[in-house]
Write a protein that binds this ligand. Structure first.
Ligand code: CMC
Length: 428
């Protein structure tokens, strides 16, 4: 596999390291023996040049704006597939046959209910709690309710807990919403699609029948596809690191949700819409562009820029099309969409954004659709968590099934005091 070598000179000695090739993408220098051989570590805060694992799930070429799941381009999946099918693909490696997809959808549907005792858990939260706070708590608590699927050395347990997480996440997110608006929880309806059921649990009330709008259902399903997985991002790496110690999958996904919440990651969809609301009309855009460029101002254009994409995020392209389709079908509009389009146009012609290769990312347009569907901004990141659960679970399974898997344990460049003697309090 590795006939290329990398040479390192250190302390007058030369060391050779194998260069490993993936199926596509950059080569990686295998430095696993570096410390044992040289006594030195590598230094890479933020992992900008570090491959933390081997994975066959998702491939991103950030320069070309390419995103593939198991080889399939995200644009094709968003156009032709469904969230259930993409979930099967991520978990199993291949697109399902019709029977396989039916079986998988049936299995997921049969896990949508929550243990009734969890209802009382919700009631411990304040009504104004952020849905992500509730999601972290409730998902973490699942391991206290589903002991029968937490033996990670048992592949059947791993499969059952994966299905449970994917199936219960819409119920958990919808209940977080219902709790915040003071409406009764709506139980799942297994005759509906994964996404249709989520819409009903969120916006339906027991007092009247809820009719799923197929345009909204398709748009939301597509949004779920766009968020399903994204390689070794911060929350996925968190899930892998938590899981590397042998922690149960419910605890690991709760850790991923906590990481996703930050505004530099999944919290950006909420922050992007709040920013567009603050900007308001296109005439205010130049002022905010200047602020984003000012090094002394912490303001950034939310929904812009990406660690990996140095080109248009392919998910943002689909998201922008989806806004148009939803608006056309529902015969609605939102002046913030015009503001967003204009902001994108102005930013993409500004030398600051051109030189730094800052383009709209998936979060730039998603808030506009989610808001048109009726979700409050605080639910945006919860929807991201719902959809990303399949990616987290697939990555966690991939890691646990890897015979070479080890606990994740980075090292550091220590810059604190060297050894010194303790001084008694009376002498300080
Ligand atoms: N607005 C203005 N300037 C920016 C922006 C922005 N949105 N993003 C990056 N820059 C500048 C930054 O100031 C820095 O300038 P300089 O080199 O002069 O110091 C340069 O571009 C590189 O930025 P960085 O922060 O070093 O890059 P990073 O790879 O560490 O950060 C990022 C990537 C996504 C955190 C960042 O672009 C950002 O904060 N964007 C806004 C938040 C956002 O939209 N996040 C969603 C990411 S996509 C969804 C997800 O994966 O969760």
């Amino acid at each position: 596999m590795a006939d290329k070598q990398a040479k390192l000179e250190l302390g007058g000695k030369t060391f050779e390291y194998s260069v490993l090739e993936g199926s596509t993408g950059p080569d990686v220098i295998d430095i696993r023996k570096l410390y044992a051989q040289t006594g030195a570590f590598t230094f890479d805060p933020g992992f900008t040049s570090t491959a933390s694992c081997e994975s066959a799930l998702t491939y991103i070429d950030g320069d070309e704006g390419v995103l593939l799941h198991r080889g399939y381009p995200i644009g094709q999946l968003a156009e032709h597939s469904s969230f259930m099918e993409v979930s099967y693909l991520l978990l199993n490696g291949e697109l399902p046959s019709k029977d396989e997809l039916d079986d998988f959808s049936y299995t997921i549907t049969r896990h949508t209910m929550l243990h009734e005792q969890l209802m009382t858990f919700y009631r411990g939260f304040r009504r104004d709690a952020h849905p992500m706070a509730i999601m972290c708590g409730v998902v973490g608590a699942l391991s206290a309710f589903y002991h029968d699927s937490t033996d990670i050395s048992d592949p059947t347990h791993r499969t059952i807990s994966s299905h449970r997480l994917i199936a219960k996440m819409p119920t958990i997110a919808a209940m977080a919403y219902k709790y915040s608006v003071g409406q009764p929880f709506v139980y799942p309806d297994n005759s509906l699609s994964y996404t249709g059921n989520f819409l009903r649990m969120t916006f339906g009330v027991p007092a009247e029948p809820y009719v799923v709008n197929p345009v909204v259902e398709r748009a939301l399903d597509r949004i779920f596809i766009l968020h399903a997985d994204h390689e070794q991002n911060a929350s996925t790496s968190t899930v892998r690191l938590a899981g590397s110690s042998g922690a149960n999958p419910f605890a690991c996904i709760a850790a991923g949700i906590a990481c996703l919440w930050g505004p530099a990651h999944g919290g950006a969809n909420e922050a992007a819409l709040n920013m567009l609301r603050e900007i308001g009309t296109p005439d205010k855009i130049p002022h905010y562009i200047e602020r984003a460029k000012d090094k002394n101002d912490p303001f950034r254009l939310m929904g812009f820029g990406h660690r990996v994409y140095k080109n248009y995020d392919p998910r943002a392209t689909v998201m922008q099309q989806t806004v148009r389709e939803v608006f056309d079908s529902l015969k609605v509009t939102d002046p913030l969409f015009e503001t967003a389009l204009r902001l994108e146009e102005i930013a993409l012609s500004d030398p600051y954004f051109i030189e730094k290769k800052l383009f709209p990312n998936v979060d730039f347009y998603s808030g506009i659709i989610l808001s048109a569907i009726g979700f409050p901004t605080t639910m945006f990141t919860a929807l991201f968590a719902l959809a990303r659960t399949v990616g987290w679970v697939a990555q966690w399974n991939e890691m646990i099934s890897d015979p070479g898997q080890k606990i994740g344990r980075p090292r550091q460049l220590y810059t604190g005091p060297t050894e010194r003697d303790y001084i008694p309090l009376t002498q300080r």
